[in-house]
Design a protein around this ligand. Structure first.
Ligand code: ZN
Length: 367
């Protein structure tokens, strides 16, 4: 069921209360600290952030700081009610927020969890111990990308041949087979009578305790879909659960870049595409030091600008460490080796750019 929540529109609230010519994409002088150069940004996703004093939030936080100053606390019910009441009285435009998008958790049944864990093991064994042409090609693909055996083991990377799970099912006693097939269907591994992952490298997304949240399969041969996610399960940031919120977290677009960074001993998570969902954003809340790692192409830099809008506290690792024909971290790892790649990254990390500068310098190219 969808729950809809109506909130006052942030931009109109800011225009009414602080600056009548406030707009998206340009800064206003922050009313919460003294400044001459504007550093408060209003984003189209109904959030705001001040790069000067670090305050930010949604429309209620904006009105709350105006009303209560630094003592504003959005968890304080009385304060919150008062701010809501005030905003009702002024005739701001309302926007509809789909609360389900924010609150819905990934709910995987215990049965599916077990199946996921089991399948991850089967795929991993197929990659690491099978002696056939498919597994060879899969291993060679990963080695070719500079990904080591140690990383393959650490991240439980696997391989799905044409009928990996089917073969396992056949080894069961006949009376257990139909239950087995049902399980595979429920978990999404069998669709329309066929195995879902065929000839793909399998990246299970697991937590520290070993629970598998979802799977991404990367096509080995030609396929219209290079990356395929297990159906019916929410897409989470790949490998996020392995990282420590107190430490720096590198966010990449591609799964192999996140794997490469993990291999270099860094905490990294992949969006696996350019769409940073609300749920992914929410999962990043505990992380204070987020570093976006765009690839060296305009689509990826454009995506990084979008991410900046949604997570204004993050910083950007400029792709200046990339030279010539290299496109991303994994290219450097593959072509120059671990040591050189780590060296380049550490150097680049000395000069991170903040979101607002990045949007000004890079973002302007896309407007
Ligand atoms: Zn400020």
């Amino acid at each position: 069921m969808t729950t809809r929540v109506y909130k006052p529109d942030l931009l109109s609230a800011v225009r009414k209360t602080v600056s009548s010519n406030a707009d998206y994409g340009k800064s206003i002088c922050c009313p919460f600290h003294n400044e001459k150069d504007p550093s408060l940004h209003i984003f189209e996703n109904q959030s705001w952030y001040c790069f000067g004093c670090g305050k930010g939030g949604d429309v209620y936080d904006f009105l709350g700081y105006l009303r209560f100053g630094d003592s504003w606390n959005n968890k304080n019910k009385e304060m919150f009610r008062e701010v809501m009441r005030e905003s009702e009285n002024n005739s701001c435009r309302k926007v509809c927020i789909d609360n389900n998008l924010i609150k819905q958790e990934t709910e995987i049944s215990d049965k599916t969890k077990e199946t996921f864990q089991w399948a991850a093991k089967v795929f991993h064994e197929a990659l690491t111990s099978a002696n056939d042409a498919g597994a060879d090609a899969a291993r060679n693909y990963l080695y070719g990308r500079g990904i080591s055996d140690r990383t393959i083991r650490m991240l439980k990377i696997g391989y799905a041949e044409r009928s990996e799970l089917h073969k396992k099912g056949l080894s069961l006693a006949p009376e257990k087979r139909s239950g087995y097939v049902e399980r595979m269907k429920d978990a999404g591994f069998i669709r329309n009578g066929r195995e879902y992952f065929v000839n793909r490298i399998i990246f299970p997304n697991f937590t520290k305790s070993g629970t598998v949240l979802n799977f991404t399969g990367r096509a080995l041969g030609n396929s219209s879909k290079r990356y395929l996610n297990i159906p019916n399960v929410r897409k989470n940031l790949y490998l996020l659960e392995l990282s420590d919120p107190e430490k720096e977290l590198y966010i990449t677009e591609s799964v192999t870049d996140a794997v490469s960074l993990q291999q270099l001993g860094l905490s990294a998570a992949a969006v696996n595409g350019t769409a940073l969902s609300r749920q992914m954003q929410a999962s990043l809340d505990p992380y204070k030091k987020i570093i976006i790692v765009p690839q060296n192409d305009s689509a990826s830099m454009h995506a990084a600008c979008k991410w900046c809008e949604t997570i204004p506290r993050c910083r950007i690792l400029l792709p200046e460490y990339i030279d010539g024909k290299e496109k991303d971290i994994n290219d450097i790892l593959r072509l120059e080796g671990e040591q050189q790649c780590g060296f380049k990254l550490r150097n680049a990390a000395e000069n991170l750019m903040d979101c607002s500068s990045y949007m000004k310098t890079v973002g302007n190219k896309f407007l």
